[in-house]
Design a protein around this ligand. Structure first.
Ligand SMILES: NC(=O)c1ccc[n+]([C@@H]2O[C@H](COP(=O)([O-])OP(=O)(O)OC[C@H]3O[C@@H](n4cnc5c(N)ncnc54)[C@H](OP(=O)(O)O)[C@@H]3O)[C@@H](O)[C@H]2O)c1
Length: 316
């Protein structure tokens, strides 16, 4: 089968189109004929070797964690899917290497969900990892209707889903982004905050009593430090980048912080897909590249300025 893989860590030029054996079936596994694979920042971080010390990697290493496609074969213990079903999945496994930038992908049954019916499989491939991260980060914050949440990095893949999910819950959302993304953030339902400008002053102008929660989806340590004086006493912060450091002030004021690492969860993905099919959640597709141009897709994502998601097209 065709796959985009690396034989050593390095830049986008290391991605090669290779002819590799199809993945094997296991008892709880569905083998999917991939129509498209979502591209996530984790893919280029893996390509560069940034996760090499933390998790087992196998070479040649097929990149990719998101897939949408058609079930080709199911293992004997699989009960939820049959050959011919259209599915999508955040298909991260216990080791890195048997990824989704390939014509055939092995997916653990519990990671998969029936594909949305209102959008095509190419668009569906943009959903799994980013939408699940958004949902799990929001869940970790115990956000409720009527609260005000500051989202750092609202225009990216995870940010676009987070803003929409929060707005749909009845939350007031302030979202940082580059000035070019202000209109986009407004279209998602957020109050745009120019991340190049004075964030504190802009947020205080809208939320003079402070915010109830903060999501750090892209801003880095500075975003968390900047947010501390903007938070109400007892407010919550989560980061998908690192464990947030709220310093002494955070401790004194009872601020709560946590790091979220997204878990594959087919049932939760199914709930998000139901929102897409009901029209309350949009899937922000920035653009597509054929599998053969996976390196260019990585360059585009790493260059920044992407609104929402990039997807690789693989098969019919
Ligand atoms: N822990 C987890 O489970 C998990 C899951 C998913 C992603 N992640 C990580 O989270 C990050 C975001 O993921 P993603 O998929 O949303 O990436 P993405 O699609 O590349 O979006 C990142 C966005 O961040 C914005 N940005 C960059 N620097 C910023 C800053 N200093 N302040 C505010 N916004 C900034 C950019 O928008 P503007 O041009 O508008 O600034 C960009 O659109 C990545 O580092 C990724 O690896 C972690």
């Amino acid at each position: 089968m065709r796959a985009a893989a690396i034989t050593e860590f390095g830049g986008p030029e290391n991605i090669q189109i290779m002819d590799l054996p199809r993945p094997l079936l296991g008892p709880d596994i569905i083998v999917v004929r991939a129509v498209a694979a979502g591209v996530n920042p984790a893919d280029w971080k893996i390509r560069e070797g940034r996760m090499a010390k933390r998790y087992p990697h196998y070479f040649p290493l097929v990149l990719g964690w998101d897939v949408a496609g058609v079930v080709e074969e199911v293992g004997p213990a699989v009960t939820s899917f049959r050959p011919g079903d259209e599915i999508c999945a955040y298909a991260r496994k216990f080791c890195i290497g048997h990824g989704t930038y390939a014509e055939y992908v092995a997916v653990v049954e519990e990671s998969a969900a029936p594909a949305p019916t209102s959008i095509d499989l190419v668009t569906a491939a943009a959903m799994p990892l980013a939408s699940l991260t958004a949902a799990q980060a929001i869940y970790s914050l115990e956000v409720i209707s009527g609260e005000t949440v500051l989202v750092h990095g609202g225009a990216g893949g995870v940010g676009s889903f987070s803003v929409q999910l929060l707005v749909d819950m009845g939350v007031t959302v302030l979202a940082t982004g580059s000035p070019e993304n202000a209109e986009y953030l407004r279209s998602l339902g957020a109050v745009p905050i120019d991340r190049m400008g004075d964030i504190v002053r802009q947020v205080q102008a809208v939320a003079s009593e402070g915010v109830d929660a903060v999501m750090d989806l892209a801003g880095g340590p500075d975003a968390v430090q900047t947010s501390v004086p903007l938070m109400k006493d007892g407010a919550r912060v989560c980061s998908i980048l690192q464990t947030p450091d709220l310093g002494e002030e955070g401790e004194n004021r009872g601020l709560k912080a946590r790091y979220v690492f997204v878990r594959p969860y087919g049932a939760q993905l199914g709930d998000l897909i139901a929102k897409v099919d009901a029209g309350s959640l949009g899937v922000p597709l920035h653009g597509t590249f054929p599998l053969e141009q996976a390196a260019q897709a990585h360059r585009t994502l790493q260059a920044g300025g992407v609104r929402g998601k990039i997807v690789l097209t693989i098969g019919e």
